[in-house]
Design a binder for this molecule. Sequence first.
Ligand code: ZN
Length: 511
Amino acid sequence: MPDALSDYRALITELKQIYLLNSISGLLGWDERTYMPPGGSGLRADQSSMLARMSHERFTSAKVGDWLASAQESELVRDPLSDAAVNVRETRRNYDRAKRVPGELVEEMAHTEVLSQQAWAEAKKRSDFTIFRPWLEKVLVLKRRQAVCLSGGKGSLYDALLEDYEPGETADHLRAVFADLRGPLVELVNAVESSDRKSPAHILERNFPVAKQEQLARMASEAVGFDFSRGRLDVSVHPFCGGCGPTDVRITTRYDESYFGDAFFGVLHESGHGMYVQGLPPEHCGTPRGSDLSLGIHESQSRLWENFVGRGRAFWRFFFPKAQAMFPEALGNVSPDDFYFAINDVRRSPIRTESDEFTYNLHIMIRFELEETLLTRDLAAADLPAAWGEKMRKYLGITPSDDAHGCLQDVHWSGGGIGYFPTYTLGNLYAAQFFQTARRELPGLDDSFADGDFRPLLDWLRKNIHSQGRKFTPAQLVRRVTGNDLSAEALLAHLRGKSAELYGVTAGNSE
Ligand code: ZN
């Protein structure tokens, strides 16, 4: 036991050192996407790859394996939910996964993905899939090799990759949950479209001075609970949440003077990610017990604040007068009802990132189904544009005008992100379930929002989700917090409520 304990302590010390290396990478990555001059990109790539190599070498070293083995066989892990058991279990999982993929494959993937992303950017610019096709094929070959290594040749290749983003999740389970969502969602979108009521979405396309947008977004971010003494808000082309960890979270957005929605809701979204990181237990920083759980759970936090809170009526009871005072010309004569309808506009778009709460998940299902068949070779890369168009017509009733507005719109696949997309819809589903539960457990939530008090909800999220780190798997966490397994019901109930309220339609009640 004394030996196991000192081995465990040595393991934790090493994990915290590795965390320091990764936090430096995080800061460099933030700088790269915000303030770095273009000329710095070569040096930055060298700096980042050196840090990644150092981190990887330290984590996969034999001594980490020895400490793990020693702790794993000891009394320390007897209670599977103790901090030590959680740290050992999760480190073992990551260690084995990291050891299974040979270094030369990791390097080849990193190298190929850089070139592939460049080819994708060029292909998207020219709207010509044939430029990207050979690179997509190369990426798929490498991802299949990686999946074979990770799965040990057993089980689903897709699941082996999905595990990186959503531990414990499987394609079979996703297919079943997505199937429950798809039919009612398609019906609901059709019903909304056939409604006589139309959202006055043009209200958001007036002149909104950037400095004022930033002021209002900052005010909202602070009000919901993003801690600016442990975080920053800056500008980047593609908004993200990054930085060093719980005490230094960097979020970004982008402003468009002639559109209100992007920046404001983008900041709420990234604030949700940021508050999750700020709420991780500080005493476990640098260990799995103190780390964010999965991409799906991360996304549940951003979507919850962006959509369930930020596009809700109670939120705007507090913020609309402030927005009107900030933008008297654009919003002075707008009624709160019209504004509320405008920010909840439902409209079919060929572009995922421009789509609303209703149609967004249909975009994700298309990508999930296509990436799985690309990986298993049931779909040849050459046939992707046609297959994309077919699914867009079937699920969204849209024919993409060209490849740029079709299968080339997202960067993920070019960077090897196969298995990533479903986590967006998982985030929406988890968010709906969490919010439904919070409402039940915290009566008067709407009144507190209308007073500008978001503390009760944030405290609830801190206690139930943020402070848990990686103690449970995502599926276990959802069950513990909500009493239910992952399901489409809460999200459908939320969307049905909105469509009835705003569009006067009730559909999608197919069960
Ligand atoms: Zn997000």
